[in-house]
Design a protein around this ligand. Structure first.
Ligand code: C2E
Ligand code: MG
Ligand code: MG
Length: 553
């Protein structure tokens, strides 16, 4: 089929088949597959006669169709799992391009005969591409081909647009739709006839490459697609950039069904989100995805089964090395796996929203612990407690009320609580978050920016929120060993903080020379293995014994 007709063939809502002179079906378009695909018990139709409710009718059609003529007739077509439907058949017999005696027959069943609803279920109105349901049927056909010809290979590519939500939010849904249509066009330009580009949902696209030699072929196409999507889009007079996370899977006889192929492509895409490059699915990715899912299931119960603990890491004054407070850091004692690092489960908790209840629980524990320590280890100023708050806790109403309730229940000195937020809090539409931060501040607590310098720091946010402390990310502290330029960055951050009237805490200090240098540069506090790792409350108290004497690393 000429390439210029390919898009029409793929996208029309009419069912269209291509057959040879003898009526053997060579190709069916997505609409045909979707509506009449499994018309024959145990398989898809191979012959136009299979489609007809009365197979004998094919002989009549055959006898009447003349070379070069258009022939129309109302026939009844078989529909899987339903009564036959009347359809207007248009057959066009043509000589093939090489001028041979062969004939092509296009049988065309207009959509209205099958009910428009069924078609709406297969096409995505925004991009004009097949949707996920239709795509699955294409993949099922590709798998059927592999079953017949085991050397045949196909690939499925899952592409997830980045920042699409922001386009929707900032430029409006209309522009968002435009962007999706442009993206679909760019993907279409990367594929060959016989391939399928579909929009799965939201900003997810799926591509079927019918016939690849192996993974290297598929990766090349996928990388080309990633580059094509990354180019700027002109929307509403603005240039918008919108890359994609891309995962690839090569379809093989081992694949049980089309859903499995799509799942694997999605697992690879999820990995790409972390690595930033196009990812090919592999079996160990699957194992990890299963582990993550299990982790997620277990995490649901971790709180009510008492498997979470709060550990405390000392924070010292750099002037005298005395403990001035702690950061509360959650730990998960998993019954089988032992201690699970928060680096592993906090992201899962954030994705699932569990972080909200976990965060509330940590706050409650830490506040009560601090009240107890204030009574037993009085100091001037009183010991402080850093508590991490997740973005997700701000997204949900009730955070401020919860903090207030905890302050009342625990009776803790509010000024000694230092709530930590990351810079991402001010990303996007941050007005609500900023309002919450002001409300928290009004309760009397302190606010600090965690991991400062790693976020999307347009520094302008610094004066919009009522901050007390910048916590300089560990990566800057580690980098200081690399030379004077790195030291200059830390010096500049400390100076910036001082100019804004803020204190600074250096994170991840593990060497006395760093501590000395940081003190000289005017940094207020230090936190790191030099003074102590996060430990259980009882062990933390040993650092407080005898009124908080100097701790040595
Ligand atoms: P964070 O808030 O930046 O916490 C500091 C992390 O640095 C802690 O890791 C701590 O153990 C580690 N650290 C401290 N000193 C050193 C050092 O000298 N060297 C090295 N290599 N690491 C050091 P941890 O406990 O694994 O926590 C990781 C992250 O998980 C935290 O980073 C925080 O973002 C998150 N997290 C932990 N607990 C909570 C929580 O209760 N709620 C929320 N929302 N997040 C939490
Ligand atoms: Mg923190
Ligand atoms: Mg930090």
């Amino acid at each position: 089929m000429p390439h210029r007709f390919r898009a029409l063939f793929n996208h029309t809502q009419d069912a269209v088949w291509m057959a040879d002179e003898a009526g053997r079906i060579a190709e069916a378009n997505p609409a045909a597959v979707a509506r009449f695909g499994a018309a024959v018990d145990g398989g898809e139709p191979r012959h136009l006669g299979d489609l007809l409710a009365d197979p004998a009718e094919w002989q009549a059609v055959r006898g009447e169709v003349q070379h070069g003529q258009v022939w129309r007739r109302t026939v009844r077509l078989r529909v899987p799992g339903a009564d036959p439907v009347a359809a207007e058949l248009t057959c066009v017999a043509m000589h093939d391009a090489r001028g041979g005696g062969q004939m092509q027959v296009i049988v065309h069943a207009p959509a209205q005969n099958a009910g428009a609803d069924a078609m709406d279920d297969l096409f995505d109105a925004r991009t004009g591409t097949p949707n996920r349901t239709a795509f699955l049927q294409h993949v099922a056909r590709a798998l059927a081909t592999v079953a017949r010809r085991p050397e045949h290979r196909f690939a499925v590519i899952h592409l997830d647009l980045n920042r699409f939500q922001r386009v929707n939010e900032t430029l409006g849904h209309h522009r968002g739709d435009e962007l999706l249509a442009l993206a679909a066009q760019r993907l279409d330009a990367c594929v060959r006839p016989g391939d399928v580009v579909a929009r799965a949902a939201g900003d997810d696209f799926l591509v079927l490459l019918n016939g690849v030699r192996g993974p290297a072929d598929a990766m090349r196409v996928a990388e080309r697609m990633a580059r094509a999507l990354a180019g700027g889009y002109h929307l509403d007079g603005q240039e918008v950039f919108c890359g994609a996370d891309v995962g690839v899977v090569v379809g093989e006889a081992e694949h049980g069904d089309a859903e499995q192929v799509l799942r694997e492509a999605e697992v690879a895409m999820a990995r790409a989100r972390h690595t930033g490059v196009v990812q090919l699915f592999s079996a160990d990715m699957h194992a990890q995805a299963v582990a993550a899912m299990r982790l997620h299931g277990d995490l649901h119960h971790a709180l009510d089964r008492g498997q979470l603990r709060v550990f405390y890491q000392p924070i010292v004054g750099l002037d005298d090395g005395r403990v001035r407070g702690f950061e509360a850091l959650v730990r998960w004692i998993h019954p089988e796996r032992g201690l699970v690092s928060p680096a592993e489960f906090i992201p899962v908790a954030e994705e699932t929203g569990l972080i909200v209840s976990i965060g509330e629980w940590v706050l409650e524990q830490a506040a009560h612990q601090l009240t107890d320590w204030h009574a037993r280890y009085p100091a001037q100023p009183p010991l402080a407690m850093g508590i991490n708050l997740s973005m997700r806790q701000f997204a949900k109403p009730g955070l401020v009320d919860h903090v207030q309730a905890v302050l009342e229940r625990s009776g803790v000195d509010a000024a000694a609580l230092k709530l930590e937020v990351t810079e991402s809090i001010v990303m996007g539409d941050a007005d609500d978050a900023i309002e919450s931060l002001h409300a928290l501040k009004a309760l009397g607590v302190q606010l600090q920016v965690d991991d400062f310098g790693t976020g999307y720091s347009a520094l302008s946010y610094l004066h919009r929120i009522p901050l007390d402390v910048l916590k300089i990310d560990r990566s800057f502290i580690v980098a200081m060993a690399g030379g004077s330029k790195h030291v200059a960055i830390v010096r500049a951050i400390i100076a910036l903080a001082a100019a804004l009237g803020l204190e600074t805490t250096a994170e991840g200090v593990d060497d006395p020379a760093q501590a000395t240098l940081l003190h000289e540069m005017g940094c207020t506090y230090g936190q790191g293995y030099l003074w102590g790792r996060p430990v259980e409350a009882a062990e933390a108290e040993r650092l407080l014994g005898a009124g908080g004497e100097r701790v040595n690393g």
